[in-house]
Ligand binder design. Sequence first.
Ligand SMILES: [Zn+2]
Ligand SMILES: [Zn+2]
Length: 378
Amino acid sequence: MFKLAIRSTRLAPRSTYIFRSLATASSTSPNIPATQKAIVFDQHGGPLQYKDIQVPKPGPNDILVNIKYTGVCNSDYHIWKGDWAIKPQLPLILGHEGAGVVVAKGENVSNFQIGDHAGIKWVNSTCQSCEFCQESHESSCPSQTNSGFSVQGTYQQYCLANADQAAHIPKDVDLAKAAPLLCAGLTVYKALRNANIRAGQTVAIIGAGGGLGSLAVQYGVAMGYRVIGIDASNKKEHVLSKGADAFVDFSSKVGVPEQVLELTEGKGPHAVINVSNSVQAYNEAITYVRPTGTVILVGLPQGGAKLESDIVMQTLRAVNIKGSVVGNRADTREALEFFRRGKVDSPVKIVGLSEAPDVFKLMEDRKIMGRYVLDTSK
Ligand SMILES: [Zn+2]
Ligand SMILES: [Zn+2]
C-alpha cells in the first residue's frame, strides 16, 4: 500500500483542511454540531493536539459518521512519525478503525440510511473502474484514498467516508469491539483467505500471541483449519486459550522448523502466516511450509528487509510466497459476521479520545499491551 499514489486533490489546502465538499447533503439528522473534538498533528512526530475543529460536510457520494469508537493501530504510529517512504498530507487526523452512526449522507447515497451503523476502514474510497477494482482487489486500486493518511481519519467525532467503501455494521454488534476488526480483523481474515487452504488443513501462525495473531488463531479455528500457534513460551497459555491446536515455542533450543515438522508428520503446514516482523521467521517458513503450500507475508519488518529463498528448493517444492494487505468489502462483511456470531472475540481497552497522546507514548516506549480503542465522547 505504500507505493500507491496519493490523490492530493482529495485533500484541501492547509487552511481549510477540515472542509470537504460543501454540497448540500440529501439527508441529515438534526443536532449535528458545527464543531467537534479531534486529534490533529501538523508535523511528523509533533504534538497530537486534542482540539476543536469544524464538522465536515458530506460530498454527493459520502456519508458522515458520528464516530463512537476508533481503534489505535500500530500503523497510526508509523504514519504519525513519517516512517514510511510515502508520506501522508499534513495536517492530519489519524485513524482507520472507526465505528459509529450515520448522521448525514450525500445526494447519491442509497446504500446507507440515517441511523445505520457504519465502519470507516483504511480503504476510504476507490475508483471502482480500474482492473483491480473490477476484480475485487480494491486495496490495490492505484486511485484509492486511505483514511487517516490521504483523507482525514477517524480520530474525530464526525468523519467522512465514501459510501461504497464504508462498512455496514449490524446493529447488534458492539461498536467498540468492532472497531479493531475493521483493520486488524480484516487483515488476518484476508491473509487466511489468501492462504487458499481447505477446512481440515493446517496453518501455522507466527506471532500468534500478539493482537493480530490472537485474531488470526480465532479466525483460523472458526474457518475449520488446524492451527499451530508460534510465539515465545510466555504466550503459550494465551495462544491455546484462543483455540490453537498446538503451540510452538520459538525461544526453545529446538528450532521452529523442526518443531513444526514434528507436529505435521514431517510434511509441514499447508500454509504459514507471519504477522510478526521477524525476517528470520519469514525465511524459515519458506523451508518448512508443505510442498505446494503458501507463505503469507503480513507483518512488516524495517524498510529494506529482504526475503531469502533457495530458488532451486522453492521451485522444486513449488512453494508460493504471497503478500496480503487488508481486504475488500466482502472480506470486511465476512470478518464482521464471524464476530457477530460469537466465533471471534475482540478484547479492547477503552480510553478517551483526549488520551490518544498517552497511548502513542506507550507505543513509543514499546509498553503497549492489547488493543486500545478511543471513545470519542471523552
Ligand atoms: Zn491498521
Ligand atoms: Zn480502482
